[in-house]
Design a protein around this ligand. Sequence first.
Ligand code: C2E
Ligand code: MG
Ligand code: MG
Ligand code: MG
Length: 288
Amino acid sequence: RAKTDGRDQVVVFDDALRAETVARRDLQIMLRRAIDRDELRLHYQPEIDLHTGAILGVEALVRWQHPRHGLLPADAFIEVAESSGMILDIGRWVMVEASRQAAEWHERIPGLDAVVRVNVSPLQLRNRDLLHTLAQCRAHGPLRGRLSLELTEHAVLQDVDHAVSVIREVRNLGVSVALDDFGTGQSSLSQLKRLPVDFLKIDRSFVRDLGTDPADRAVVDAMADLARAFDLSLIAEGIETHRHIAQLLEVGCRRGQGFLFSHPRPAHDLDPMLADGALPLPTRSRRT
Ligand code: C2E
Ligand code: MG
Ligand code: MG
Ligand code: MG
């Protein structure tokens, strides 16, 4: 009987391994079909003027409506998409869908002054296909003042010369560019100076402890100085408390996004806010 027990253990271990391998391959195969099966969604998170509550933009964030696992956040599949190259197809879909949505909002809401921001992956940036996709997006309507791209600091640093030339072409189309996850990629000041971007997005890891960690306050202060020196707009992400807002306004950052204002939501949920042009600023509570 001891033999059988031993074999059973081996079998259990084998099954676990196999399950993991199957899960990963399953993920890849399913993700590959996700676009055709219409399982990808975009959720949008508003970006607001921290003084007035005016909505200045919305960030498109991809979601996967998985047939078995439900709605998956980007974090759950972006890495697999990137390493397998599928991000090129997904990114193309995201950009076309986001610009379609932007055109729809701008047609329906006259005077709307909010830009739709789209995240671009490192592979998409390396691949010049990005510019063809933008040309395709123009079929839905003008992009100027409606679309903005977010490139991570990390992606840009992989090849600064290439990034600079792509950013120039993108901005020639009237599409603004933000440097995302700023502060996590260790770009040098001389590299930053060369980048013709319009916005810096402070990574939320620096916002989280604003008001409790003096070091983070100093870092964000320095970012604000840098933004002023280079004539860039600063956007804070991950705003969760009133203390975050107070600290950001103190250093001179007056635009941002975060769960305090709104989680990312399906487009139609944002219709009323976009029509109003502003979010009611959440009321301050003692705890935050
Ligand atoms: P990111 O571009 O820095 O996006 C912000 C992430 O922070 C989002 O997570 C958002 O849901 C989350 N977030 C927003 N406000 C708060 C807050 O107050 N607190 C906290 N804790 N989190 C907040 P999500 O949607 O899971 O996306 C994660 C990352 O995946 C994004 O980081 C972006 O790098 C990538 N991603 C998302 N959508 C796309 C896409 O369409 N294409 C590409 N290439 N990457 C995408
Ligand atoms: Mg982003
Ligand atoms: Mg970010
Ligand atoms: Mg981030």
